[in-house]
Design a protein around this ligand. Structure first.
Ligand SMILES: Nc1ncnc2c1ncn2[C@@H]1O[C@H](COP(=O)(O)OP(=O)(O)OP(=O)(O)O)[C@@H](O)[C@H]1O
Ligand SMILES: [Mg+2]
Length: 254
């Protein structure tokens, strides 16, 4: 049965989407059946996996507002072993359209429940907010991966995020846990990155992945080709590190 992981941090630009795309693609390359879900109206996961977001007719938006069935929104095999549910900019209005709708926190879970047996992993990329969309992702997930950028203020907002996970666990999804924190955009040339890692390790009582994702230009370039890093430049340090992260995620599963 599929393990469902939400990639969340309400801080913008910390590497959620880069981690979602490349973790999903590396798990798929290792032979796992993966569904990647784009819960962010910005659509960076959708375009980063080569799906033209402007030509998507049935997206997660239509699913969330109840217009279509989940099977209609899954794009099969965008890469071997990798299916995706694309998003659309319309998703930004979903929160308002859901006002007054019963059980709106469970919409994504009820949909994913119908297909999760077909996958080893479901990876959900969250928007940079603690909105209803993120709550839906956390209500669906078994666990949350939190990317942390190796920059000043890395810890800022983390207590709110952890509090949100605890609230969701208490009220909506008792199985939810924080699977781990992953450091991103580590720059070995500066002391700052090292200091941030040490500081977070000292102050955060959470699992931390051994794999640290380096700052690597190839990771930033790959989305404009619609490719994950393991297809764009498999020998890059970015690809090697996301392959190792995939190994760690699989180990935790076992
Ligand atoms: N390890 C890395 N090395 C170099 N560039 C990176 C790395 N990780 C992410 N980036 C770049 O940093 C920017 C932000 O990354 P990303 O989009 O993954 O963050 P995000 O948390 O999903 O952002 P948002 O909050 O807007 O959804 C992007 O331009 C991305 O290409
Ligand atoms: Mg993103």
């Amino acid at each position: 049965m599929g393990r469902i992981i939400a990639v969340a941090n309400q801080k913008g630009g910390v590497g959620k989407t880069t981690t979602s795309i490349n973790l999903a693609a590396c798990l798929a390359e290792k032979g796992k059946k993966v569904l990647a879900v784009d819960m962010d109206p910005q659509g960076n996961l959708t375009s980063g996996l080569g799906v033209d977001k402007d030509s998507v007719e049935k997206s997660i938006y239509e699913l969330i507002i109840g217009e279509v069935d989940i099977k209609e929104v899954i794009n099969k095999e965008v890469l071997e072993n990798l299916d995706i549910i694309p998003t659309s900019i319309d998703l930004s209005a979903a929160e308002i359209e859901l006002i007054g709708v019963d059980d709106k926190e469970y919409i994504l879970r009820n949909a994913i429940d119908q297909v999760k047996d077909q996958y080893d992993f479901v990876i959900i990329d969250c928007p940079p907010s603690l909105s209803m969309l993120t709550i839906n992702a956390m209500t669906t997930a078994d666990s949350v991966i939190v990317p942390i950028q190796c920059e000043y203020y890395a810890l800022e907002g983390l207590s709110q995020l952890i509090h949100t996970v605890e609230l969701v666990k208490d009220r909506l999804n008792s199985k939810l846990e924080i699977e781990g924190v992953v450091f991103t955009m580590y720059d070995a040339r500066t002391n700052l990155s090292l200091q941030v890692v040490e500081n977070v390790k000292d102050n955060l009582q959470q699992n931390i992945y051994k794999t640290i994702i380096p700052r690597n230009i190839r990771l930033a370039e790959a989305p404009s080709y619609g490719l994950p890093i393991n297809k764009y430049d498999p020998k890059s340090t970015g690809a090697e590190s996301y392959m190792r992260l995939a190994d760690e995620v699989i180990e935790r599963e076992e």
